[in-house]
Design a protein. Sequence first.
Length: 569
Amino acid sequence: MDSDRNARAPVEVFLSYARADRDAVEPLRKRLRQFEIQGEIRLFIDDEMEPGTTWKPEILDALRRAPIVLVIVSNEFLASEWIYEHELPEIMDRHGQGGAQVLPVLLDACGWKHSRVSELQLVSHTPVTKAEDSDHEWGHVATVVRDRAAALRAPAEPATAPDPVAQWRAYLRTAHSRLVPFFPEARSADLSEVFVELEVLPEREQPDRLAGEHRGSPSGRNDDASEPDKLRFGRPLTLRQLLELPSSEPGRWVVVGDPGAGKSTVARHLAWELAGEPEGPIPVYVSIQRWLDFHGNAVHPFALAESDLREACDAVRADGLANALHERAQVSDSTESSDRRSPLVWLLLDGLDEVDPASVEHARRQIETMAEELPGVSLVVLSRPVGLTEPAGFRRANLSPLPAARRQTLIAGWVGAEKAKEVWGRIEKQPVLLELTGNPLLLTLVCMLALREPHLPPNRSSLYQAATELLLTRGFGSEPKSVTDPRSARRLLSVLALELQSRESVTFTPDELDDTLIELITGDSKLETRLKVWGSSPTRFLEDIATNAGILAPHDGPREPWRFLHRAL
C-alpha cells in the first residue's frame, strides 16, 4: 500500500529559467499549475520561495530531488552566472547519472549549440517565441511534462522494472516527431503535419542469388512467392503495406530512391507511426553508418537502440531493451487459422549508399548475417540506386515519384493552403520543373524559393544554386541570419565540397574539415583572403556555416559527425 501511495504521489518538477524570462514563461507556468492542482506534479520555482528562506541550499536541494527537470533555455539563461555556476552543473550531473529526466526547451534563438545544453535532447527545435503559435508550443511542452510525470506515477507491481519496449516506443514518438526546416516559414513542423505518403513499387524480377541461394529456384525467378505476394508485385504500395505482404517469411527488402526521394523521411514516419501502436510491430530505425561507427563495428543495432534510449531518459528505463528486442526477433505472431506470420520487430536500416566506400562490403555482410540470425524480423535497407548491390536474399522496391495530388498536399503543408495554390500554378507552367517536383526534396526547395523569388529556376542545377544562395544570404532554421560574407563563404564551400565529394564519404569530423580547409587554401592567396573574414580560422568559418546557413553541420546531433544538409547540395 505504501509503495502504491508513493507511486501515485505528485512528481516533483524543477523549473529552471532566467528570472528575466519570467513573463515569457508565464503561459507555461499556468499550464503546469493546473497539473499541480490536480495532484499530478509538485512544481518548484525558485522565484516563488518564501521570504527569509536560505535560498541557495533550498534551490539545489530541490534540484537534486526532482525526477523531472524542465530547463527553459534562452540568451538570458545562458548569460546567467548563477545558472552557469550552480544550476547547470547539477542539471548535467543528474542527467549523466540517470537521476533525472532533463527536458530542455528553447525559448528564443540562442547559442545553445555551443553550450552544455547541446548534450541534451530538446523537447522541440523551434524556439517558442519564434513559433507560429507559441501557445501551441507551450501546450506541447506541458503535455510532455505531464506524460513523463504520469509514467513515473503509474502504479507497478513491487520490484517490477519499467517495460523497456514501452519506453522505447515513447522515445521514438518524440525522436521522430519533428522535421528540421529548410526555411523559417516551414518552422520545426510536426512530421505528421507535413508528411505525405510515399509509394514503393516492388520489382517483379528478383536477383538470381535470391532464387538460387534462398528460394531454391534455378530459374532465377521468385517461383515460391505466395499468390497474394505475386499479385502485389507491380502495384504501388506504401512501405508499411510492403512489409505487411502475406508471406511465409518476414520481408527482406531494399528500398531504392534517388537523392531527395524521401527514403529517410518515409522510414522515420513509419517508425513514428508504429511506435504509437502498442500492439503493433516494434520499429527500430538505425543509420547504417552510425551503426558501423558505434563502438568499432562490434555492437548490434538493438544495443545501439538501448544506448540511445539510455541517453534520452535513464538507465533504469533503458535496461533490457536490447535483450527484449532479441527475444521478440526470434518469434513471429501467428494464429491457428492463418499461415501468415507477423514479425514482431521491424528493423529499418537507412543509408547503405552513405557508408564509407571502404566499408560497404563489410556493411552488406553484416546485414546478411543479421538477416540470418533474426528470423522473426522484417528488415528494410534504404539506399540510392547508384552502385547498389543488394544483400543476398533481399528483394528490391523502388520509391515512386510523388503524384500531382500529393505534391499539392506537401506544398500546402509547407506554405499553407492559400499560398499553395499560387505556388502549384507557377510550377505547372514550367514542364521541366513540374517533372522535377516529383522529388520531395526538390519540391521543398521550390517552396522555399517561391516564397521569396518572382521567378522559379528552370532546371535542377539552377534550383540547387538558387537554394544554396538563399541559405547563405537569408539564413537557415527558425530565425534566419546571413553568414558573415556570403560571397566568400560560397567560394570556400565550393572548393571544400569538391574535395569532400571526391572522397565519397558523406560524414566528416570537425578536425577533418578543419585540416582539409587548411590544406586547400594554403598557397592560394585568394582563398586565404576569403578566410580572413573569419579571422583565418576554419573553425569560425564552419561554425558560421553550420549555425546560419545549415549547408554543412552536425545535423544528426551535436556529438555526431558533420554532413551536408542534403547530398544534393
